[in-house]
Ligand binder design. Structure first.
Ligand code: APR
Length: 242
Protein backbone atom coordinates (compact mmCIF):
# COMPACT_ATOMS: atom_id res chain seq x y z
CA UNK A 1 0.00 0.00 0.00
CA UNK A 2 1.38 3.41 -0.87
CA UNK A 3 1.83 5.76 2.07
CA UNK A 4 -1.33 7.64 2.99
CA UNK A 5 -0.80 11.38 2.71
CA UNK A 6 -2.28 12.58 6.02
CA UNK A 7 -0.90 14.84 8.75
CA UNK A 8 -0.94 13.65 12.40
CA UNK A 9 -3.31 16.48 13.38
CA UNK A 10 -5.94 15.38 10.83
CA UNK A 11 -9.04 13.51 11.89
CA UNK A 12 -9.94 10.09 10.52
CA UNK A 13 -13.44 8.72 9.89
CA UNK A 14 -13.79 4.98 9.35
CA UNK A 15 -16.96 3.33 8.04
CA UNK A 16 -17.30 -0.40 8.63
CA UNK A 17 -19.72 -2.99 7.29
CA UNK A 18 -20.44 -6.68 7.68
CA UNK A 19 -17.16 -7.65 5.99
CA UNK A 20 -15.13 -6.63 9.04
CA UNK A 21 -17.04 -9.17 11.16
CA UNK A 22 -16.95 -11.98 8.58
CA UNK A 23 -13.72 -13.50 9.90
CA UNK A 24 -15.22 -13.49 13.39
CA UNK A 25 -17.79 -15.94 12.05
CA UNK A 26 -20.75 -13.62 11.37
CA UNK A 27 -22.64 -13.65 8.07
CA UNK A 28 -22.53 -10.78 5.64
CA UNK A 29 -25.72 -9.78 3.81
CA UNK A 30 -24.93 -9.86 0.10
CA UNK A 31 -21.99 -12.20 -0.32
CA UNK A 32 -22.74 -15.70 -1.57
CA UNK A 33 -24.78 -17.42 1.13
CA UNK A 34 -25.30 -14.13 2.94
CA UNK A 35 -28.31 -13.30 5.10
CA UNK A 36 -30.38 -11.77 2.31
CA UNK A 37 -30.00 -14.95 0.26
CA UNK A 38 -31.80 -16.84 3.07
CA UNK A 39 -34.58 -14.43 4.04
CA UNK A 40 -36.28 -11.42 2.39
CA UNK A 41 -35.64 -7.96 3.76
CA UNK A 42 -39.37 -7.21 3.35
CA UNK A 43 -40.23 -10.08 5.69
CA UNK A 44 -37.88 -9.31 8.60
CA UNK A 45 -36.22 -5.89 8.36
CA UNK A 46 -38.91 -3.26 7.81
CA UNK A 47 -41.45 -1.57 10.13
CA UNK A 48 -44.21 -3.04 7.94
CA UNK A 49 -42.87 -6.57 8.52
CA UNK A 50 -42.86 -5.95 12.28
CA UNK A 51 -46.44 -4.64 12.22
CA UNK A 52 -47.58 -7.55 10.02
CA UNK A 53 -45.81 -10.40 11.80
CA UNK A 54 -43.91 -9.30 14.93
CA UNK A 55 -43.17 -12.87 16.01
CA UNK A 56 -41.35 -13.57 12.73
CA UNK A 57 -39.27 -10.40 12.99
CA UNK A 58 -38.46 -10.98 16.66
CA UNK A 59 -37.49 -14.58 15.83
CA UNK A 60 -35.11 -13.42 13.08
CA UNK A 61 -33.27 -11.13 15.50
CA UNK A 62 -33.37 -13.76 18.30
CA UNK A 63 -31.43 -16.13 16.01
CA UNK A 64 -28.87 -13.43 15.15
CA UNK A 65 -28.54 -12.44 18.83
CA UNK A 66 -27.93 -16.05 19.83
CA UNK A 67 -25.37 -16.40 17.04
CA UNK A 68 -23.50 -13.29 18.18
CA UNK A 69 -23.34 -14.53 21.77
CA UNK A 70 -22.15 -18.00 20.75
CA UNK A 71 -18.83 -19.26 22.06
CA UNK A 72 -16.01 -18.25 19.75
CA UNK A 73 -17.57 -15.19 18.12
CA UNK A 74 -14.96 -12.63 19.10
CA UNK A 75 -13.47 -9.40 17.73
CA UNK A 76 -10.76 -10.14 15.16
CA UNK A 77 -7.42 -8.52 14.25
CA UNK A 78 -9.19 -5.88 12.15
CA UNK A 79 -11.34 -4.72 15.08
CA UNK A 80 -8.29 -4.70 17.34
CA UNK A 81 -6.21 -2.69 14.84
CA UNK A 82 -8.86 0.07 14.77
CA UNK A 83 -8.75 0.26 18.57
CA UNK A 84 -4.96 0.64 18.43
CA UNK A 85 -5.37 3.42 15.84
CA UNK A 86 -7.87 5.25 18.06
CA UNK A 87 -5.53 4.99 21.02
CA UNK A 88 -2.33 6.02 19.20
CA UNK A 89 -3.40 8.46 16.48
CA UNK A 90 -2.86 12.03 17.79
CA UNK A 91 -6.13 13.39 16.35
CA UNK A 92 -9.70 12.09 16.55
CA UNK A 93 -10.55 8.70 15.05
CA UNK A 94 -14.29 8.04 14.67
CA UNK A 95 -15.60 4.60 13.72
CA UNK A 96 -19.08 4.63 12.17
CA UNK A 97 -20.35 1.09 11.88
CA UNK A 98 -23.32 -0.21 9.92
CA UNK A 99 -23.01 -3.41 11.93
CA UNK A 100 -25.40 -4.22 14.76
CA UNK A 101 -22.96 -6.69 16.36
CA UNK A 102 -20.95 -5.61 19.40
CA UNK A 103 -17.52 -6.64 18.13
CA UNK A 104 -16.13 -3.09 17.88
CA UNK A 105 -17.44 -2.46 21.42
CA UNK A 106 -15.92 -5.66 22.80
CA UNK A 107 -12.59 -4.84 21.09
CA UNK A 108 -12.54 -1.55 23.05
CA UNK A 109 -13.47 1.02 20.41
CA UNK A 110 -14.45 4.14 22.33
CA UNK A 111 -15.37 6.73 19.71
CA UNK A 112 -17.98 4.61 17.93
CA UNK A 113 -21.37 5.21 16.33
CA UNK A 114 -23.74 2.32 15.55
CA UNK A 115 -25.68 4.05 12.77
CA UNK A 116 -27.96 1.01 12.23
CA UNK A 117 -28.49 0.35 15.94
CA UNK A 118 -27.41 -2.54 18.15
CA UNK A 119 -28.56 -6.16 18.24
CA UNK A 120 -27.93 -6.46 22.00
CA UNK A 121 -30.33 -3.63 22.88
CA UNK A 122 -34.13 -3.37 22.98
CA UNK A 123 -36.23 -0.28 22.38
CA UNK A 124 -39.67 0.29 23.90
CA UNK A 125 -42.18 1.69 21.39
CA UNK A 126 -44.19 3.01 24.33
CA UNK A 127 -41.68 4.92 26.48
CA UNK A 128 -38.76 5.04 24.01
CA UNK A 129 -36.26 3.62 26.50
CA UNK A 130 -33.31 1.66 25.08
CA UNK A 131 -32.16 -1.20 27.34
CA UNK A 132 -29.49 -3.91 27.12
CA UNK A 133 -31.08 -7.18 25.88
CA UNK A 134 -29.07 -10.42 25.68
CA UNK A 135 -31.81 -13.07 25.52
CA UNK A 136 -34.65 -13.93 23.16
CA UNK A 137 -37.31 -11.18 22.93
CA UNK A 138 -40.78 -12.74 23.15
CA UNK A 139 -43.68 -10.60 21.96
CA UNK A 140 -45.02 -10.20 25.50
CA UNK A 141 -41.66 -9.27 27.07
CA UNK A 142 -41.84 -6.36 29.51
CA UNK A 143 -39.98 -3.10 28.96
CA UNK A 144 -37.29 -2.88 31.71
CA UNK A 145 -38.01 0.86 32.05
CA UNK A 146 -41.81 1.22 31.99
CA UNK A 147 -42.91 -2.44 32.41
CA UNK A 148 -45.24 -2.16 29.40
CA UNK A 149 -45.74 -5.50 27.59
CA UNK A 150 -45.82 -6.11 23.85
CA UNK A 151 -44.02 -2.85 23.10
CA UNK A 152 -40.40 -4.02 22.69
CA UNK A 153 -38.51 -4.19 19.40
CA UNK A 154 -34.82 -4.71 18.63
CA UNK A 155 -32.93 -1.38 18.80
CA UNK A 156 -32.11 -1.85 15.11
CA UNK A 157 -32.71 0.57 12.23
CA UNK A 158 -34.92 -1.08 9.60
CA UNK A 159 -35.14 -0.25 5.92
CA UNK A 160 -37.18 2.91 5.51
CA UNK A 161 -36.11 4.25 8.92
CA UNK A 162 -33.57 7.02 9.56
CA UNK A 163 -30.13 5.83 10.69
CA UNK A 164 -28.88 7.12 14.04
CA UNK A 165 -26.62 10.13 14.77
CA UNK A 166 -26.54 11.36 11.18
CA UNK A 167 -25.79 14.98 12.17
CA UNK A 168 -22.72 13.87 14.12
CA UNK A 169 -21.59 11.67 11.23
CA UNK A 170 -21.91 14.40 8.60
CA UNK A 171 -20.08 16.87 10.83
CA UNK A 172 -17.23 14.37 11.21
CA UNK A 173 -17.08 13.74 7.45
CA UNK A 174 -16.94 17.50 6.80
CA UNK A 175 -13.90 17.83 9.04
CA UNK A 176 -11.82 14.75 8.36
CA UNK A 177 -8.54 14.40 6.50
CA UNK A 178 -8.98 10.70 5.75
CA UNK A 179 -12.08 8.57 5.14
CA UNK A 180 -11.64 4.79 5.15
CA UNK A 181 -14.38 2.31 4.18
CA UNK A 182 -13.93 -1.26 5.41
CA UNK A 183 -15.97 -4.37 4.58
CA UNK A 184 -19.03 -2.83 2.99
CA UNK A 185 -20.58 -3.35 -0.45
CA UNK A 186 -21.51 0.33 -0.81
CA UNK A 187 -25.07 -0.57 -1.77
CA UNK A 188 -27.05 0.97 1.13
CA UNK A 189 -27.53 4.70 1.64
CA UNK A 190 -26.84 6.98 3.38
CA UNK A 191 -23.61 5.11 4.30
CA UNK A 192 -22.76 4.49 0.64
CA UNK A 193 -22.72 8.25 0.08
CA UNK A 194 -20.25 9.06 2.87
CA UNK A 195 -17.26 8.82 0.48
CA UNK A 196 -18.74 11.65 -1.61
CA UNK A 197 -19.20 13.80 1.51
CA UNK A 198 -15.59 13.16 2.54
CA UNK A 199 -14.22 13.92 -0.92
CA UNK A 200 -16.12 17.20 -1.14
CA UNK A 201 -14.54 18.15 2.18
CA UNK A 202 -11.09 17.50 0.73
CA UNK A 203 -10.39 14.25 2.57
CA UNK A 204 -8.31 11.45 1.14
CA UNK A 205 -10.31 8.27 0.64
CA UNK A 206 -9.35 4.61 0.96
CA UNK A 207 -11.35 1.41 0.51
CA UNK A 208 -10.30 -1.78 2.31
CA UNK A 209 -12.53 -4.61 1.12
CA UNK A 210 -12.44 -8.22 -0.04
CA UNK A 211 -13.32 -7.06 -3.54
CA UNK A 212 -14.29 -3.72 -5.18
CA UNK A 213 -17.51 -2.31 -3.73
CA UNK A 214 -20.15 -0.49 -5.76
CA UNK A 215 -18.49 2.75 -4.64
CA UNK A 216 -14.96 1.66 -5.62
CA UNK A 217 -14.54 4.22 -8.44
CA UNK A 218 -15.06 7.02 -5.87
CA UNK A 219 -12.06 6.06 -3.75
CA UNK A 220 -8.58 7.43 -4.46
CA UNK A 221 -6.93 4.34 -3.09
CA UNK A 222 -7.91 0.77 -2.31
CA UNK A 223 -6.43 -2.44 -0.98
CA UNK A 224 -8.35 -5.69 -1.53
CA UNK A 225 -8.09 -8.71 0.70
CA UNK A 226 -9.41 -10.03 4.01
CA UNK A 227 -9.87 -7.35 6.67
CA UNK A 228 -7.71 -9.22 9.19
CA UNK A 229 -4.80 -8.66 6.79
CA UNK A 230 -5.54 -5.29 5.18
CA UNK A 231 -6.66 -3.37 8.30
CA UNK A 232 -3.67 -4.19 10.55
CA UNK A 233 -1.32 -3.38 7.63
CA UNK A 234 -3.10 -0.07 7.03
CA UNK A 235 -2.89 0.88 10.73
CA UNK A 236 0.76 -0.18 10.98
CA UNK A 237 1.54 1.98 7.94
CA UNK A 238 -0.28 4.99 9.36
CA UNK A 239 1.39 4.66 12.76
CA UNK A 240 4.76 4.51 11.03
CA UNK A 241 5.52 0.86 11.56
CA UNK A 242 4.72 -0.43 8.09
N1 APR B 1 -12.75 -8.82 4.69
C1 APR B 1 -13.10 -7.65 4.11
N2 APR B 1 -14.24 -7.49 3.40
C2 APR B 1 -15.05 -8.55 3.29
C3 APR B 1 -14.75 -9.80 3.87
C4 APR B 1 -13.54 -9.91 4.59
N3 APR B 1 -13.16 -11.06 5.17
N4 APR B 1 -15.76 -10.66 3.56
C5 APR B 1 -16.65 -9.97 2.84
N5 APR B 1 -16.23 -8.71 2.66
C6 APR B 1 -16.90 -7.62 1.94
C7 APR B 1 -17.66 -8.06 0.73
O1 APR B 1 -16.82 -8.00 -0.42
C8 APR B 1 -18.78 -7.01 0.65
O2 APR B 1 -18.40 -5.93 -0.19
O3 APR B 1 -17.86 -7.08 2.83
C9 APR B 1 -18.93 -6.52 2.08
C10 APR B 1 -20.23 -6.94 2.74
O4 APR B 1 -21.28 -6.34 2.03
P1 APR B 1 -22.77 -6.53 2.56
O5 APR B 1 -23.02 -7.97 2.83
O6 APR B 1 -23.66 -5.80 1.60
O7 APR B 1 -22.80 -5.80 3.98
P2 APR B 1 -22.87 -4.25 4.27
O8 APR B 1 -22.23 -3.47 3.18
O9 APR B 1 -22.39 -4.05 5.65
O10 APR B 1 -24.46 -3.96 4.23
C11 APR B 1 -24.87 -2.66 4.57
O11 APR B 1 -27.18 -3.33 4.44
O12 APR B 1 -28.73 -4.96 4.84
C12 APR B 1 -28.24 -3.77 5.29
O13 APR B 1 -28.37 -2.99 7.47
C13 APR B 1 -27.70 -3.89 6.68
O14 APR B 1 -25.83 -2.75 7.64
C14 APR B 1 -26.24 -3.52 6.53
C15 APR B 1 -26.21 -2.71 5.25
Amino acid sequence: MKAIDIEPDERIVILTGAGISKESGLDTFRCAGGLWSKVRIEDVATPEAYARDPARVLGFYDARRRGLLEQGVEPNAAHRALVELERRWPAEVLVVTQNIDDLHDRAGQGNLIHMHGELLKARCTSCGAVSPWLTDMPREAACPACAARGTLRPHVVWFGEMPLEMDRIYAALAGCGLFVSIGTSGQVYPAAGFVREARSAGARTLELNLDPSDGAPLFEDAVYGPATETVPAFVAGLLGRG
